[in-house]
Design a protein around this ligand. Sequence first.
Ligand code: SF4
Length: 477
Amino acid sequence: MTRPEKIRCDACPVMCYIAEGKVGACDRYANEGGKIIRCDPLTILDRRMAKGDEIKPFLAADWDGQTATGDDVVVSAIGAGTTYPDYKPAPFIVSREIAGIDCVTVVTEAIFSYCGVKVKIDTDRHLGDEASLVRANGEVIGHVMTSEYGSQMFSLGGVDHLTGGSKAEGRATCDALLRLCNKQAVELSIDGGSTVIVQAGQPPIVDGATEIRMRVGCGSATIGMFASQWQGLVDEVVVVDDHITGVVSEHQAGKVIDWPATGIRILGRRSTPGRYFKVAGPGQGWGGTDIDDPLTILGPWRSEKGARSGLRLLMVSTTGEHAAYYVLNDALEPQEQSMPDHLQPSVDLIAQNCEAALCTVLFMGGAGGSLRSGVTENPIKLTESVKAAHTTVTIGGAPVYRWPGGGITVMVDVMDVPDGAFGYVPTPALVAPLEFTVERTEYRQFGGHDAQIRDLDDVLETGGEFGADACVIGAAE
Ligand code: SF4
């Protein structure tokens, strides 16, 4: 008996030979009955349904000819497939009317070698020094960027990690990016720092502990917010912070309400009155410092500047997670006492004002390369049209931020993209659904593949080169 021949998928440079009933290396294409098909259905976004509504199969056989018409129904690139090489017209070029204007949406599952994710992790805890390497499965896939206001930023992926290192590095990078973009959890370890589990829309898990709160502000900001509420309840407040520690009696927020001096001395670099840098090293302790005992940031109290026996001191962190109350003894040494009932609500108020700590993942990719040829025979015209905001770019139907300057470099919050929209090819590179929408007259003018334009009804009735099934999901405005 002769075995059926393998057939070749030509949707990406890997050019897999696929046996009957099997899938290719990316799991996106299969050989079904001697024909290459796209395994996932083409996804139609319907804004008349609520975002996240259940996926509804939309098969040509059940189609009543009415359901998917109108401004609110969009063919996304999810499940559309990829054409390769790029000069072939994109898999679907669909005409649709938007606010009475004849428009065209060009959809393709774009293969991105130039892509990565920017990750924002809401935590006070120090995850690692700026520029430290970030690893997944032991391979370097990115680095720590800046600390932002209550968050730490990572840059992961990018062409250098996908293509410029070892095969293992490229694979680990692609795998981590894919999972992050598809809203799955990925464990990342930072050289010289922590291990953090990152998942879009979920709290970070730092060294096994789930982060609950995002800081209310820096130490100085916390003083600025709550100084008047502490007045009369306590004689001094120090908000301990790895970046800017605040001291109410010296801070302008205290001065304007005539807060008396206390003779406190902070061991750190004084920036401006009541604001101190570098009171300790970065770490997992109070306010993102490496201290567990806040008294270590205090020097001897000065009686000539107002220190006295019985002076009451509150020390608190920027999330309210850590707080302690002290009273100076006769030797002007702080003695810890239980938190008075009248002071606890002010600590609770800090905690109440903290937002939930989350991970945010933004996919970032360069769509200004050869894939433009699937849209137009004159690629620079597409770039110019995008820059002029005549052509709208979306990823899986989600609006993108386009970076100013050259090229079509875009970013999108993966939480706005339907689940499972991202794929990969083992070159390695990420596959992301990409749609360009433009008025039909301009599409013609900039050399678009006019002969390949089809209407939505035809797409639903006859599908595309790689299959006919579609599904409909609810989409945000
Ligand atoms: S990796 Fe996927 S897209 Fe590329 S040739 Fe193989 S099956 Fe086709």
